[in-house]
Design a protein. Structure first.
Length: 186
């Protein structure tokens, strides 16, 4: 399934394009954004890091139907600049990842985004379970998982940009999601 345009009350989630790279390169490589991301993110972040990731990793995975990536844009911004990103990964035990620019954190925007992308995962992609790994101390991400009714199923140590950290594995099954989210027709 191709990556569709999705909407939340305040955001447009548009499919990632290579042309987004210069804009994202300006807002992504900040320690407060990347420190609790997977250690696959290089640090210090290269000047062409976003372009290289989009070209060599994200876009080929999208083409293969293995991943879905969206760029977050405010509906009421006439220029609709990118303020963050969220992705879904079909295989493995880390199916969703996201980040949002520092000036947009703490406003509930990623909570809206995660809710819509989770709906897409279960309703449109018809996946039976959503699993997410996160640094245990990533309070904002943890709060989103709790709001969605996810449960922590394991604790491990994993590698992040900032080093090896205590981690949690969270999951939400289709049945758990349906209990709190009646199916809507789209």
């Amino acid at each position: 399934m191709p990556t569709p345009i999705l909407q939340t009350p305040r955001l447009l989630l548009k499919p990632l394009q290579l042309s987004d790279a210069p804009e994202v390169q300006k807002i992504f490589p900040h320690w407060e954004i990347v420190r609790q991301l997977n250690a696959k993110v290089p640090w210090p972040f290269p000047n062409d890091g976003v372009h290289t990731f989009y070209r060599d990793t994200a876009l080929p995975a999208i083409e293969r139907g293995e991943e879905w990536h969206w760029m977050l844009r405010l509906k009421d911004d006439p220029r609709q600049k990118v303020i963050g990103s969220i992705c879904l990964v079909r295989d493995g035990d880390n199916n969703r990842g996201f980040w949002i620019a520092r000036e947009w954190q703490g406003r509930g925007l990623m909570t809206e985004t995660a809710a819509e992308v989770t709906r897409f995962w279960f309703e449109d992609l018809q996946q039976p379970i959503l699993r997410i790994k996160k640094a245990r101390d990533n309070a904002a991400s943890r709060a989103i998982s709790l709001r969605q009714g996810m449960r922590c199923i394991a604790q491990t140590d994993d590698d992040y940009v900032s080093g090896r950290l205590p981690s949690e594995q969270w999951e939400l099954t289709l049945e758990m999601w349906r209990e709190t989210h009646p199916k809507t027709q789209r």
